[in-house]
Design a protein around this ligand. Structure first.
Ligand code: C2O
Ligand code: CU
Length: 512
């Protein structure tokens, strides 16, 4: 691990965004300790053998540095903004104090170009998390403003290799000019814009799906996800992705983080494995599986573990119909093994691990039939309104959506129903974990499933529950950030929470 970056003042970029666009990104680093500096700055990143794009970075790489802290540490992160637009950082999945949640206009004013803001919180719950800008996030996350955040448990069960794979999708032609950000416009005037790309925008094969439709498929009405034609692992595509060295006998953990807006079906070749944790939270007695896909939706995390007992060249890859899956793979490279040539992704029909019956039942916080202080239903839908496609919660778009009003100590049961024909809605709650209690009317059979992001596919209905134990105003939104920016956002509001935050109308706050 690289300890040298702890108090660094990198990157060695000029402060001015224009000249920075001549620069190239560096490799993503791992930072440890408890004080960190993140500098938001423009750069250019080579994503594939023939595509280099202007990117927005933390510390001059996409992903930004992987931050690793120890459970119980008080963490300080100083964000400095050298971009032409305001930014923030949200700590996705980490239950931080509300004032540290990074929501412009809700918990803080967006950090202006040239300004800094210091985030401070105690890392109490171990697991795999990530951070990303929450200002105009559909654009800023798309441009690369994200990184992994790992909270290592106090009593770490040692693994020999611990790898993080952050998944993302890009438009090889650059982000269209319709985006409101100014810094990139001269870079994006290319032809094509992906409209001639008739591939499905979804990388799934639905082998095991009984849902009504295909998720993330271009609808001809909403945003067209087929514009994402270049998939990456840790900011690199296909042969550019770093190999994952292992030795025979190693215990290996791979932390998958989906920073993109499409679901991916990840296949680990050649090995039995188990899912040790989901959204950072351990699974009770996870079962060993083989040749099953791990389906990971936007914002979700899956930690898989396996024993390296099958020397050779093995891929961990996205396994779907979209041509762009070719970029989303990494080679598990045994010491001394002949790695051979680059191979196409497999397309065989494999079932995904079914999380509603995975692992063993065990003690949990909530049951379906207990009494709840608040019961709330969210109908998630895709609608035409005023000539445009919007994504609604109970027929309304943010900020008109009705908040979930709670008091500290309340128990809350939420029914999430996806009434869209085509669109997945990976719903993310800030500041809290929820327990998933049922899917389509069936109580969950496996291990208690504790999450912060839950993908609700078309026609599906889930019931989740949480305790209101972290005061503040918290977003609850779809993590297909196109949907969030077009309305699918609400808030969990603690009615007696007092904040001294005052929104500055000049800050240009864009919370969704
Ligand atoms: Cu990953 Cu509201 O965010
Ligand atoms: Cu959605």
């Amino acid at each position: 691990m690289d300890h040298s970056m702890m108090n660094h003042s990198k990157p060695s970029q000029p402060d001015n965004g224009k000249t920075a666009s001549n620069s190239k990104t560096e490799k993503t680093r791992i930072l440890t300790g408890n004080e960190f500096a993140l500098i938001a700055v423009e750069s250019n990143q080579q994503l594939s053998t023939d595509v280099t794009l202007p990117v927005w970075t933390f510390n001059n790489s996409v992903p930004g540095p992987e931050i690793r802290v120890k459970q119980g540490e008080t963490v300080k992160v100083r964000l400095t903004n050298r971009l032409p637009e305001p930014v923030t950082i949200h700590w996705h999945g980490i239950p931080v104090p509300n004032a540290m949640d990074g929501i412009p206009g809700v918990t803080q004013n967006a950090v202006q170009p040239g300004q800094s803001f210091t985030y401070e919180f105690k890392a109490e719950v171990p697991g795999t998390y990530w951070y990303h800008s929450h200002q105009d996030s559909v654009n800023q996350v798309d441009r690369g403003l994200y990184g992994a955040f790992i909270v290592e448990p106090k009593d770490a069960d040692k693994v020999d290799r611990d790898y993080t794979l952050v998944l993302d999708e890009w438009m090889s032609s650059g982000i269209p000019e319709t985006s409101n950000s100014t810094g990139m416009s001269e870079m994006s005037g290319m032809s094509g814009m992906g409209h001639d790309n008739m591939n499905r925008g979804d990388s799934e094969n639905h082998a095991e799906s009984n849902a009504a439709g295909n998720d993330n498929q271009p609808t001809g009405m909403g945003h067209n996800m087929s514009m994402y034609d270049l998939f990456t692992v840790n900011g690199k595509s296909g042969p550019l992705v770093d190999k994952l060295p292992v030795k025979q006998g190693d215990k290996v953990r791979i932390r998958l983080i989906n920073a993109g807006y499409l679901s991916h079906q990840i296949h680990l070749h050649g090995h039995e494995f188990y899912i040790a944790a989901v959204d950072g939270q351990p699974i009770n007695h996870p079962g060993v599986v083989k040749d099953n896909l791990v389906r990971i939706a936007p914002g979700e995390r899956y930690d898989i573990e396996f024993k390296a007992n099958h020397p050779g060249q093995w891929l961990i890859e996205d396994h779907g119909a979209n041509k762009a899956v070719a970029g989303m793979k990494a080679v598990i490279a045994y010491e001394g093994a002949d790695l051979g040539p680059d191979r196409p992704n497999e397309t065989a029909n494999l079932a995904a691990v079914d999380m509603d019956r995975y692992g063993q039942a065990g003690p949990s916080s909530f049951t379906l039939d207990q009494k709840y202080t608040l019961e709330y239903t969210m109908n998630l839908n895709t609608e035409m309104k005023m000539g445009g496609m919007v994504y609604t919660i109970n027929g309304k778009t943010f900020p008109e959506t009705e908040p979930l009003n709670v008091k500290k100590g309340d128990t809350v049961k939420v029914r999430l129903i996806n009434r869209s024909m085509m669109d997945d809605h990976p719903m993310h709650l800030h500041g809290h974990f929820f327990q998933v209690l049922s899917k389509n009317g069936q109580p969950l059979q496996g291990a208690p499933l504790i999450k912060d992001t839950l993908n609700v596919r078309p026609g599906e209905e889930y019931i989740v529950a949480f305790r209101a134990d972290n005061e503040g105003n918290w977003m609850f939104h779809c993590h297909d950030l196109h949907h969030a920016s077009a309305g699918m956002v609400t808030e969990v509001k603690y009615t007696d929470y007092k904040t001294n935050f005052k929104a500055d109308p000049k800050a240009g706050n864009m919370p969704e």
